[in-house]
Write a protein that binds this ligand. Structure first.
Ligand SMILES: Cc1cc2nc3c(=O)[nH]c(=O)nc-3n(C[C@H](O)[C@H](O)[C@H](O)COP(=O)(O)OP(=O)(O)OC[C@H]3O[C@@H](n4cnc5c(N)ncnc54)[C@H](O)[C@@H]3O)c2cc1C
Length: 430
């Protein structure tokens, strides 16, 4: 907005509902987006023009309609968005300012100009690079053209979907962040891996929706010196890291970043593949922490990071199904579903991604549950069938062959599947 305001007084606020993206989003994320658009329109006094269609056609057409010389956008580094913007640019000058990241992809580079392949050196350089202060803008930064005065633009009403599963919008983002800064952040380093404590910020939803910028958050973190705040800043760097990796390797949204893994045998063609996948999706694997996570995803459209890793490992290394099956399911159901973080979160677990997370690190769902949900509270919250089992014994019902009415026996033998996973890994190593 500031860049636009430096060359013009008035602008048209335009949002294109693009089916290509909406179809991939799932009901939860769509509902959240629509709620944010309603809030934005209200803050602009009803001046947000919302249309449907292909942005490649719609944006230049509307720009011509109002004799606009430029279209201002935030740079999109995703495979689809980057190409879309290049196409739009064939017809009208497109001015990209900033990005959804603290430090835009391509800026954190080694002294020789090449990019980082692993997180820790990226993180050190990211800290040295630093970031600009957040932009100070509001609805009055520009004078908004009344969309009803624009001929032939086929304005549509902002859809009203189901109520979002969590509070969304700029106000909600600011309030949630302020409350988090007010206390929980200082324990982040100690509690961030504990799904039972629900001690993380859940800011991923707002970051995804663009209702808060990471630079706003980093500026607030600068004022804090606790270990918790430091650890939190590091997590924001993961977000930038994956944005950088995906921008440099657009194919890694759909394919293994490390193409050696293309040779990894999976069970996707086995007769029971679909049945296994459905049991995983529905939280009926017989492994309590996995089932709790998958049911949290179904219930809240969100899942704790530690549990995302556990359920992902289970799908890839216990059920031997392709990571992209799980990634697609996550993108359909997560309100914070975000291509770089999701695809590379999955590839991190699968071992085919950037980081030094080797394939042979196979998460044991029982010991992970005992360690990170030590009293079993998280499992009992999400798996009602197990509520009668007290304490951490809830994690070992399968191991101890405890018969719990309505709850399945473990669908696989973890020790056996671990050996199988390692044998498959040996085959691609050769
Ligand atoms: C298999 C898998 C899939 C994932 N899919 C997504 C996704 O679709 N969208 C998404 O935003 N995150 C994803 N993550 C990363 C992480 O799980 C979430 O960002 C985090 O759980 C969001 O909760 P929070 O806001 O409470 O996180 P907090 O712990 O409070 O962290 C603060 C912020 O740091 C960033 N962050 C933290 N951890 C990571 C990480 N490992 N990678 C990238 N950014 C991180 C997020 O923006 C997060 O909001 C995925 C991780 C895995 C293992």
């Amino acid at each position: 907005m500031l860049t636009a305001a430096s060359s013009t007084d008035s602008a048209l606020g335009l949002f294109v509902l693009d089916e290509a993206l909406l179809n991939l989003s799932g009901n939860r994320r769509r509902a959240a987006l629509f709620a944010c658009l309603h809030e934005l329109n209200e803050r602009l006094n009803g001046s947000l023009l919302v249309v449907t269609g292909d942005p490649r056609e719609v944006v230049p057409k509307i720009a011509r309609q109002i004799d606009a010389e430029q279209v201002h956008v935030t740079a999109d580094f995703g495979p689809y968005g980057a190409q879309r913007d290049r196409d739009v640019e064939q017809h009208i000058e497109l001015v990209r300012t900033g990005s959804p990241f603290a430090v835009s992809p391509g800026r954190v580079v080694k002294p020789d100009g090449s990019s980082y392949q692993v997180f820790t050196p990226f993180y050190k350089r990211w800290l040295d690079h630093g970031w600009r202060a957040p932009a100070q803008t509001d609805a009055t930064t520009l004078t908004w053209i009344d969309p009803d005065t624009v001929d032939g633009c086929r304005r549509v009403a902002i859809p009203t979907a189901e109520k979002p599963v969590c509070p969304v919008g700029e106000r909600a983002a600011r309030q949630q962040w302020a409350e988090y800064l007010d206390g929980p952040i200082h324990e982040y380093d100690n509690h961030r891996d504990r799904p039972d404590l629900d001690a993380t910020s859940r800011m991923s939803v707002h970051l995804k929706l663009g209702t808060i910028h990471p630079r706003t958050m980093l500026a607030d973190l600068d004022a804090l010196t606790s270990e918790g705040a430091r650890a939190y800043r590091r997590q924001l760097a993961w977000r930038d890291f994956y944005g950088d990796v995906l921008a440099r390797n657009p194919d890694s949204a759909r394919h293994n970043l490390n193409r050696t893994y293309d040779g990894m045998p999976t069970d996707e063609k086995e007769p029971n593949a679909q049945e296994h996948f459905t049991a995983w999706c529905e939280g009926r694997t017989g492994f309590p922490i996995v089932d709790a996570g998958m049911r949290q995803l179904a219930g809240e459209g969100w899942m704790h990071n530690r549990v995302r890793m556990i359920v992902a490992s289970f799908l890839v290394k216990d059920l031997h199904l392709p990571w992209w099956w799980g990634a697609r399911h996550f993108m359909q159901h997560l309100v914070d579903g975000d291509l770089p973080a999701n695809q590379h979160g999955w590839q991190w677990v699968a071992g085919s991604g950037t980081d030094a997370a080797p394939y042979f690190r196979v998460f044991n769902p029982i010991t992970q549950g005992q360690r990170y949900d030590p009293q079993g509270d998280y499992v009992r919250r999400w798996v009602p069938e197990l509520r009668s089992i007290e304490g951490k014994a809830v994690h070992t019902v399968g191991e101890r062959s405890v018969d719990v009415p309505g709850y399945p026996a473990p669908m696989v033998d973890h020790a056996e599947e671990r050996r199988d996973a390692l044998a498959r890994y040996d085959r691609i190593k050769k």
